[in-house]
Design a protein around this ligand. Sequence first.
Ligand code: PMP
Length: 353
Amino acid sequence: MKKHNFSAGPCILPQEVLKKAADAVLNFNNLNLSLIEISHRSKDFVDVMENARSLVKELLNLPEGYSVLFLQGGASLEFLMTPYNLLKVNGKAGYMNTGTWSTAAIKEAKMMGEINVFASSEDKGFNYIPKNYTVPTDVDYIHCTSNNTIYGTQLKTFPKTDSLLVCDMSSDIFSRQLDFTQFDLIYAGAQKNMGPAGTTLVVVKDEILGKTGRTIPSMLDYQVHIKKDSMYNTPAVFPVYVSMLTLQWLKDLGGISAIEKINEEKAALLYAEIDRNPHFVGYAAKEDRSLMNVTFNLTNESDKEAFDKIWNEAGISGIKGHRSVGGYRASMYNALPLESVKVLIKAMQQLEK
Ligand code: PMP
């Protein structure tokens, strides 16, 4: 029996995607060769890359003028690539600090220029999204994190700006409908809603690039990767292939509008139980709660041993909270079935009994 996998990332992927991926590792496209032992320049793999790119454009409903890249180095390298490509020499950028990952993005950007952290929720352990902030106007771009994986908070609205808008969507891309054209650059590590760890999705508006006045090393230059169709160097062939399969799975399911409904249903059920059950208390401010990562604590720490035993025996995996927050975190990415959420709720009710 497969476990109910609430892991924060790498995380659950659709079972049918895993099966197809396993088949392709043994024999890809009936070539009698493995996917991971053929050239990335072969037609079979070039088709995979093109298909993955076009699925991203279709699912995000992107108009002409955006490029889709599959890079390496994780979202963490994008923390640096973003300022390298967008922050002008002697320029400034504005950052929203909503957690550990925003903090890491700010640290890298500070190496490249002046950073104005115009909003932060650090004062309360990042358990909310700042609201009444003033967006600076004298900046090259504004950076935000759409979903804070560790704290379980999510931006419901995005900063309004006439500057460029950059968003780290690592933990909620493809999970909810947004006007993706409000962003000039989006990046996301694959290992939540898209595929295995090892590739990073970058969606970038072409016209914003090449304007900083700085020399950019090739591997950090989005324009180099765009020109070479994400094959400037050997791409992460397996993660890109599995991402393509997951994107196809999402399309067949009805796309983002269909998965959003399911994600809302899962989150509504679990948050209702957290609010109802006197043994639990939610971590994130209610209005900022994430649909993807649900963070909660025991009201009484002495229940820990009993609760841990119950959920372990129910076949649940991966709900231990991040080491910096403690408590529990149930990550409910696109591929997590509603059934798994019901099993977790049952375990919470069993503790109450
Ligand atoms: N941003 C967010 C929102 C994340 O959740 C993570 C990783 N969990 C990262 C950035 C860092 O991603 P990576 O490990 O791919 O560098």
